[in-house]
Design a binder for this molecule. Structure first.
Ligand SMILES: *[C@@H]1O[C@H](CO)[C@@H](O)[C@H](O)[C@H]1NC(C)=O
Ligand SMILES: *[C@@H]1O[C@H](CO)[C@@H](O)[C@H](O)[C@H]1NC(C)=O
Ligand SMILES: *[C@@H]1O[C@H](CO)[C@@H](O)[C@H](O)[C@H]1NC(C)=O
Ligand SMILES: *[C@@H]1O[C@H](CO)[C@@H](O)[C@H](O)[C@H]1NC(C)=O
Ligand SMILES: *[C@@H]1O[C@H](CO)[C@@H](O)[C@H](O)[C@H]1NC(C)=O
Ligand SMILES: *[C@@H]1O[C@H](CO)[C@@H](O)[C@H](O)[C@H]1NC(C)=O
Ligand SMILES: *[C@@H]1O[C@H](CO)[C@@H](O)[C@H](O)[C@H]1NC(C)=O
Ligand SMILES: *[C@@H]1O[C@H](CO)[C@@H](O)[C@H](O)[C@H]1NC(C)=O
Ligand SMILES: *[C@@H]1O[C@H](CO)[C@@H](O)[C@H](O)[C@H]1NC(C)=O
Ligand SMILES: *[C@@H]1O[C@H](CO)[C@@H](O)[C@H](O)[C@H]1NC(C)=O
Length: 494
């Protein structure tokens, strides 16, 4: 409960900030919108093909009729186009030359004076040249997600033709005109209703599936909520996400802000995502501030291949042989190392590298045969890690490709030693334990703010000053839509 209240506070705070830079920016380009058009188109065709039309009945002069079992039997695919409408904060979607054919059973009662005729049959009707324009606009919903809502749909029908089967010709001729009108009357609002439903329900549901607050490592919360309304231009629309990592138990903002993102004019991919340094830096800030960046390396952390590295007594390579005075003073012991950051680490992205700079304190103890811990030394170690980012399964992952460090001895109980001896021990601990552990975490990757069911194609990843740019085409994998995309391309013309 407290958590929800706190979230609400952040939301209010975010709502009040007017011109904040985003930590993460998402641009959906015209080609991305056009791709979405294809997906939406398939969805609409499916909706129209499965329209459920209730039975109809009515009276016209001497005729009373019922239409039952009304079914859509065919759809002739329209041409569709989509455009961004900056003035309406949205998109405009046009379908032209849509054709729909339906089949129904009819029954007519004719009654004039003493003449009573009852007749029935079936009818095939088709409308053609249907045109439709739907406008939808984007905004932010109350949970900080982008939302979409229909702002109006209008359609018109070209012509209607009907052909009757069975029944009495004389009655049918009286009845034909009524039916033509009725078909128009049924279909015209129905099609817009379906389109509005796809926008307000399906598209909105897809946007609502964007994970905007993601729990990470149980203790952290990544906040991808929007910090400003979407920006819509003729070429793209952009979403400005907060991109801040919070300590889940105390949602206090980090005391720094994102830097502006440089201009980018190549819109050849469907989507571009900028991840700034701000996101990892807020993570590092919260993690350091809340004492999360602390770890004791003990022998249980060693891989089998280096199982005796922390021993003080050994035949080949171990700390006791690398630093002989430790081996002599504390034989048959194992060394334990306490690592902790002493300042907020910093992630730095340049146009060449992604590095993380950490200032740490490393404390070394010997766990002696009587199981007591004896202080050996403490070292100030400044560590720099170089990461190679990449994209895997729609996640941003990384691998540490290089590391370097500088150390000074803060305190020692084993006399004055050459720093190069400590250097060798620290390098061993980094390569044997710390870097493999960090690589395991980095390989799990960071989730990007995307809708469900989307896969990447033709992905590029670019390092720029202060941010990382991902450009990619999308493949929408919701099985239904792809299925109906195929189906809709196969429908016979009316
Ligand atoms: C929105 O896009 C226009 C056109 O690219 C740009 O001039 C404007 O600065 C953008 N607004 C924001 C808030 O980024
Ligand atoms: C949350 O963090 C802020 C700043 O670090 C601190 O002032 C505040 O007391 C903390 N609140 C709680 C409930 O721990
Ligand atoms: C845009 O980027 C793509 C791929 O990254 C490249 O093939 C294309 O030439 C670029 N277009 C322009 C106009 O720079
Ligand atoms: C690491 O070990 C030291 C000494 O036993 C202990 O005081 C400290 O709490 C441990 N730190 C962590 C993070 O386990
Ligand atoms: C390293 O120490 C452990 C006990 O801590 C011991 O079981 C192991 O045999 C030692 N390895 C070597 C090579 O001395
Ligand atoms: C270390 O262990 C070995 C083998 O268990 C033993 O022979 C030796 O006496 C021990 N040394 C000390 C100083 O305890
Ligand atoms: C990278 O940045 C440096 C300095 O900030 C600049 O001189 C260089 O041209 C940039 N390189 C690229 C490929 O953008
Ligand atoms: C444990 O062993 C260490 C070194 O071997 C010694 O200095 C210390 O006094 C011993 N502690 C106890 C409680 O026996
Ligand atoms: C680590 O970096 C800090 C800040 O740049 C500096 O004051 C300190 O001397 C450095 N320590 C080492 C061991 O290089
Ligand atoms: C991925 O992109 C390539 C190159 O543009 C294209 O040929 C391929 O069809 C795309 N894959 C899918 C599944 O759309």
């Amino acid at each position: 409960m407290a958590f929800q209240v706190a979230l609400l506070f952040i939301l209010v705070a975010v709502g009040q900030c007017t011109s904040v830079n985003p930590g993460v920016k998402v641009r959906v380009t015209k080609s991305g919108i056009e791709y979405a058009n294809k997906v939406a188109y398939a969805e609409i065709i499916h909706q129209i093909k499965t329209l459920s039309i209730p039975d109809q009945s009515g009276q016209d002069g001497h005729i009373s009729y019922t239409l039952t079992n009304i079914k859509v039997t065919g759809v002739s695919p329209p041409t569709s186009s989509i455009s961004l409408v900056p003035k309406k904060d949205g998109v405009s979607w046009a379908l032209t030359k849509l054709g729909i054919s339906i089949h129904a059973d009819w029954r007519v009662k004719y009654k004039e004076g003493i003449v009573h005729i009852s007749t029935s049959g079936s009818v095939d009707a088709s409308v053609s040249g249907m045109n439709l324009v739907e406008t939808a606009s984007f905004s932010i919903d109350k949970s900080g997600r982008p939302s979409i809502a229909s702002r109006g749909c209008s359609d018109s029908i070209g012509s209607v033709s009907v052909s009757f089967h069975g029944g009495t010709a004389f009655i049918i001729n009286l009845f034909r005109h009524t039916i033509e009108g009725k078909v128009k009357e049924i279909l015209q609002p129905k099609v817009c209703d379906e389109v509005v439903e796809v926008v307000n329900k399906n598209a909105e549901r897809a946007l609502a599936s964007i994970a905007v607050t993601i729990e990470v490592a149980k203790q952290f919360l990544v906040d991808y909520r929007l910090v400003a309304p979407p920006n819509i231009t003729d070429e793209y629309f952009e979403l400005f996400d907060k991109g801040e990592v919070f300590w889940k138990a105390n949602l206090t903002e980090a005391p720094f802000s994102p830097m502006p993102i440089q201009a980018w004019t190549n819109n050849s991919r469907h989507v571009y995502i900028w991840g700034t340094e701000y996101t990892p830096n807020t993570f590092l800030y919260q993690a350091h501030t809340h004492g999360y960046l602390k770890y004791n390396v003990t022998k249980k952390d060693l891989p089998a291949s280096d199982a005796s590295y922390l021993n003080t007594t050994c035949k080949l390579k171990c700390i006791g042989s690398i630093i002989p005075p430790i081996g002599k003073k504390y034989p048959n012991s194992t060394v334990e190392l306490g690592l902790q950051t002493t300042a907020v680490p910093k992630a730095i992205v340049t146009n060449k590298t992604l590095t993380v700079e950490l200032r740490t304190l490393v404390t070394m103890w010997a766990r002696t045969p009587n199981n007591t811990l004896t202080f050996l030394a403490s070292l100030a170690v400044n560590l720099s890690l170089t990461l190679q980012p990449s994209i895997k399964n729609e996640k941003l992952i990384g691998v540490i490709t290089d590391h370097s460090f500088k150390l000074t001895v803060v305190k020692s109980s084993v006399g004055e030693l050459y720093p190069s001896l400590y250097n060798a021990v620290i390098d061993g601990i980094l390569t044997i334990v710390v870097i493999p552990k960090l690589n395991d975490i980095a390989a799990k990757g960071a989730q990007l703010p995307l809708i469900d069911g989307v896969q990447f194609n033709n992905t590029i990843l670019l390092l720029q000053q202060g941010n990382l740019l991902i450009g990619t085409d999308l493949i929408y994998k919701a099985k239904r839509s792809l299925h109906f995309l195929k189906e809709s391309l196969n429908v016979p013309p009316v």
